[in-house]
Design a protein. Sequence first.
Length: 269
Amino acid sequence: MSTGTDRTESVPTVVKLGGSCLDDMTDAWWDDLAAHGRTTPLVLVHGWSKPLRLLDPRYTEPSAILRDRYGNQSRWTTPEVIEDIKTVSDAMGEQVFARLESRGITAERLVGSDGLVQAGEGERWWWRGKELVELDNLVGPITDVDPSALKNLQPGHCYLVTPLARNTAGQEVNTDADRAAAAIAGATGASSLVLVTDVPHLLIDGEPVRRITAADAAAFRDRGATGGMRKKLRAAGEALDGGVERAVIGSAPVTELLAEHTGTVITRT
């Protein structure tokens, strides 16, 4: 029979680590993460955009990104792209494991499509020039997360999750890493979602925002946010809707973000 202590010890800190900032994390940043991980289970969800662009120049071409009829952007994902995502994820995993295991944290990689993340049917109509055309694009919105796939949530251990998913047709599909982290945080009962990026705060009208409600963040997302920040604000809102108490966006060490010494904190009220 599980006790309250058992439950507390199995609740992780979920951190989305942008692929573009992995190489910029200092030894002190990893020291801090490992110190936190010795008392709290860790789930790291990684992005891969920068490593994918470095793997093959074709991923830097404008044609590699699609825009749907609602204005949402997505990487044009084929089975070949899925395999390239796995290739760069393997390399990223080796880097992360070396940094954590040298600091006393055991780590294992989990591909989201291996029983963790389920996706729904993706959009089929995309803009090509000035025309909407029907395209096979292996992407899909997250519909469910099965936390039982994270079998070893305990202090001193870290999961590194590659945010692919399995759709209802059994296909592996691409999903947004920020939103995958939000869904995993909600499914595991995490109290906080940490979105580590390359900027220290959310900026509104050029001014750093230290704290903001989910409603105000959503309003700014729809009014003025662009690119990666727009996705992060959407993910933060989804995490709060899923029961997470707060989302923190920033570039500092994780314990500083959790202590709200820096970064932008998003809460329901």
